[in-house]
Design a protein around this ligand. Sequence first.
Ligand code: C2E
Ligand code: CA
Ligand code: CA
Ligand code: CA
Length: 279
Amino acid sequence: AKQHGRNTYQWFASDLNVEASERVELRNDLQRALEQGQLELFYQPIVESRTGKIRGSEALIRWHHPRRGLVAPIQFIPLAEDTGQIIELGQWVLQQACRDAIRLLGMGYRDYRVSVNVSPVQLRQEGFVDLVTDTLRQTGLAPERLELEIVESSVLYDTDQVVDRLGRLRDLGVGIAIDDFGTGFSSLSYLKIMPVTKIKIDRAFVKDVISNRRDAAITQGILSMAHHLSLEVVAEGVETQAHAAFLRKNNCQLLQGYLFARPMPFKAFAEFLATRGNA
Ligand code: C2E
Ligand code: CA
Ligand code: CA
Ligand code: CA
């Protein structure tokens, strides 16, 4: 920006400052949110395509900001990753998701399983495996009832350590799902080294699966590969009956999307399970 003259530079610099102060404010607000319980987990059902039964849910964080209202994760997760607050936030998410899962299992939903999003920053922590095992022990949740959703870039740095941690968790019975599968730069090479049990096909492919032959072919290819690797597959962003029919026909076992339900607070999700008679 400097070459464009003094005014442009000043404008650019002050704009950066605004952004920086905004970030500082958001960071302080997030600290308060963690201390004052402004965070909440919403749950979105994951449905078995063949039977329509609810097999579990994904926990998705929401922030009830005192002035800004409901803030979406995309607006604060990246910041929390930058500041390191994701560590404390991630611990809270894990514990809350396990506690809520115990409550649902107690209500009689015996098949229930909860999927929790884990940031690459969390996975790079030495103590991550201990954190998960301690949380399971404290809450009393069986490892098989927990699944961690990780993105491909999780193994970009500290690859050996991260792969080792994921392997140890998988050996305990915790599920490991690759989130947003296909959107990374080298999904297949990651798949080769990651100890995964499930793939989540990104919404970007599902969206146009009916109208776009390439997206349809890619989705079918992922499904066929997953079957050969004995991996479960969830399709994300299932919004229409046509999406669901295509995916069912191509043997995608699990579906998630607005067609079934939007993410909702715990209480609403418990009622949703009750009315769907899934016990
Ligand atoms: P994600 O893990 O890929 O989560 C799926 C996102 O797609 C969610 O957005 C969900 O509400 C949305 N979605 C679900 N079904 C549909 C559909 O049929 N159509 C459309 N258009 N969207 C659908 P959300 O809740 O805003 O979360 C955004 C992202 O924030 C998540 O993407 C995840 O990367 C991150 N995130 C959310 N909760 C957590 C958390 O507890 N920890 C971490 N580290 N990240 C989280
Ligand atoms: Ca996810
Ligand atoms: Ca996803
Ligand atoms: Ca995503």
